[in-house]
Design a protein around this ligand. Sequence first.
Ligand code: CDP
Length: 220
Amino acid sequence: MNSPPVIAIDGPTASGKGTVASLVAEKLGFHYLDSGALYRLVALGSQKASIDPTNGAELGLLAQKLVISFKNGQILLNSEDVTEVIRTESIGLCASAIAVHPEVRQALVGVQHGFRKAPGLVADGRDMASVIFPDATLKVFLTATADARAERRYKQLIAKGISAKLEDLLRDLQERDARDSSRGAAPLLVADGAKVLETSDLSIDQAVKTVLDWYQAKTA
Ligand code: CDP
């Protein structure tokens, strides 16, 4: 039996991949996997359990034990609604720190594969095309300049009523880019066969349309 098709969308922080990926999924009636949320959940769990972010073995065990569920736009960790809590910049930085450990990444592989259901899946993250779904029908690397991404993140936070400083966001984002790209396990990279989509000067609608056009061309 053929596996349901996957569109893998990878890219650096604040590149807009979450927004684009969820809209593409909606248009196609596909399932959606926000893999970054899984690393954010492990980060939150590790803080609650006071686990040292450098302790890969213990973090891996924690990741295996966490009870994670995505329900009607809500994200639950051990049945607690943590949808908003995991979105802070500090959890993002902690997620990037714990995501370097192969034990953590390995613990999350099965959960991610579980999202691949008919009629198809749009998955966003850092290693969707390279490691988790190497047989994806379409692989997209979505990116934008660091300045454009910092500005987007700034607007997002302000719109949510969270105060933020542009220069702090730019610094955090560059720190996260450097760590995500240089780690040994599943680094952020343009996977073989991936198409690069530079979105600094594109609207969300234009980016979504480009991905849909590419997917149509692949499946025509
Ligand atoms: O929203 P943003 O792009 O800032 O972050 P995210 O996608 O929620 O991911 C948070 C962190 O998890 C990233 O900085 C990565 O270090 C890590 N991550 C990963 O290692 N692999 C993935 N497939 C997704 C996220």
